[in-house]
Design a protein around this ligand. Sequence first.
Ligand SMILES: Nc1nc2c(c(=O)[nH]1)N[C@H]1C(S)=C(S)[C@@H](COP(=O)(O)OP(=O)(O)OC[C@H]3O[C@@H](n4cnc5c(N)ncnc54)[C@H](O)[C@@H]3O)O[C@H]1N2
Ligand code: MOO
Length: 649
Amino acid sequence: MSNTSTPKPSPSLDQDQFLTILSREDALARFEAALFPRDLPSEPRRLDDALGCALAEDVVAPIDVPPFDRSNVDGFAVGSADLASAGEAAPVQLLLNDETIACGTAPTRPVLSGTATAIATGGPVPRGADAIVMVEHTQPAGQRAIEVRRAASPGQFVSYAGSDIARGEALLRAGTVIGSREIGMLAACGIADVQVARRPRVAILSTGDELVQPGEALRPAAIYDTNGAIVTAAIAENGGEAHFLGAIADDEAELEAAMRNALAGSDMLVLSGGTSKGAGDVSHRIIARLGKPGIIAHGVALKPGKPLCLAVCDGKPVIILPGFPTSAMFTFHDMIVPVLRRMAGLPPRSDAKVTAKVPVRIASELGRTEFVMVSLVEGSDTLIAYPSGKGSGAITSFAQADGFLKIDALADQMPAGSDTEVTLFTPHVRVPDLVIVGSHCTGLDLVTAPLARAGLIVRSIAVGSLGGLAAAKRGECDLAPIHLFDDKTETYNAPYLTDGLELVPGWRRMQGIVFRKDDPRFAGLDAQQAVRAALADPACIMVNRNQGAGTRILIDRLLAGSRPDGYWNQPRSHNAVAAAVAQHRADWGMTIAPVAHASGLGFIPLAEEHYDFALVAASKRRPAVQAFLNALASDEGRAALTAAGFRPA
Ligand SMILES: Nc1nc2c(c(=O)[nH]1)N[C@H]1C(S)=C(S)[C@@H](COP(=O)(O)OP(=O)(O)OC[C@H]3O[C@@H](n4cnc5c(N)ncnc54)[C@H](O)[C@@H]3O)O[C@H]1N2
Ligand code: MOO
């Protein structure tokens, strides 16, 4: 965290946190024991405002539905005894009574033996009648009579009063979530107001000097407050009434005032950030002063989410979620949602589960139950669960995953090929139509745009060129985007393909040296001269690329054995190189032209990198693969790539 007024050491020196780390089950059990049983406050709501609320009490039907015996067809109300002898050869004549019973009209005349009354679907059955004959089963017999040629059974085409809902019957039980079907039942009984569990008021605070609200300008070293928005939405999704109160700086007095104020007006308080070991991590100390019994658990043996802090202050739950967005989200869903739903009078959430195979080994920390977010794709005979491996600090780890798998606290890994259970975030798996696994490039989004518009689901999983190639060899994807340089043949990609894979040329990306436009050391030079100029200045710092990257091979050639300052800073992406130069953490590096231009940096072109696709031959005939190949070759696709600074092959 950055400093504002008083400089703070980080990490904190007192080490007073995490005295006891509890298991996930222990922490949840203690938290629930401190909160339940409790009275659930309820409130009346108009039916049109009750959608999604949980009923606070049983609703007993106040009337019969239908409220009277009702005709189910257009026809004639009769006494069935009159038609006992009726048949094709023995027609029976019935005299018509002098009225027609329409919907909403109460009958005025009885149906006496030998008579019938015209009645509409929905009309109340008159006294003396016990069956209805459909109009098409009768013939007119003069002005005032009908002829019937078939018998009628008693009760035929009659819905009896209370046959749908009987007065006094338990219509809906307490705890039922009101949806459109429940609203229908209540409306049929004439109920306009229901007593529902009051939505718990939940106050949300983000903490950290570095946080800026979305919509405001980002200052150096700051980040956007993601957790505030996610937690607010997740609370509303699970029956709470969420009130986001903003982000508070890491100042103990200011934070305490904000927490007291938030707690006074709500049933529950959720904070995020500042619960680990940094010097700015003060909220757990404040909790101890807010009410009894205070902290129930601080430190839970789960990953992500170790620093989670659960407290109860004078009956109200106070929670500090870890700052990392995926940790915050995961712990919220796993540990807080059950409590929130109980306070909202809602039933526990039921999560769908599927079995899937993990294609790669997943390392895990011993002693912590580890939850790994995964993306699902369809393999030849089973679902495949790819770990979305960006870590707890990434928002996409959680947001783009289909679900998660669990690795036991006593295991240090899940071996490649394991079959495992995946808990889904949505009730159904949406298996993608096209799976692309490998190196990511912004050009890819341009090519797949028309597929998305056509309703195809494209799943792109960024695992780097080699990871993509391995997935393609295992048949776990349709296409693997790669940019691998082969030193021996001095060519890209083709030498890496094996049986069952075909090369589909993609596009070329110009690589070159990036520098800040106002840096006079590089102005007007070619790449060789620029590197010479950089090496000549001991104050000039570079940023490198990771071993195995095609770009790295180019850099090493240019350096010809030199190891200037910054050589060991080896980020894994083109964007990270541009960010390091733009933010003055380095003075030069190598990246691709579109990235350099998007960052407003100077660019000296050097060589073209080939970004191609290893196509799994067995997938070639699949409609989504054909759609991709068509989009890649289309004028529209090529124009979009060119406009973004790529050169279609
Ligand atoms: N020495 C140790 N360091 C850390 C430990 C540890 O045990 N020892 N635990 C790590 C783990 S695990 C996690 S998870 C994080 C969580 O730490 P905090 O809950 O104290 O969170 P902060 O330090 O405030 O922030 C962490 C990270 O998240 C960003 N953040 C915070 N709030 C938000 C927000 N509202 N929106 C988006 N991002 C947010 C913050 O900027 C930091 O980057 O600690 C590890 N460290
Ligand atoms: O608990 Mo932290 O959430 O491992 O990343």
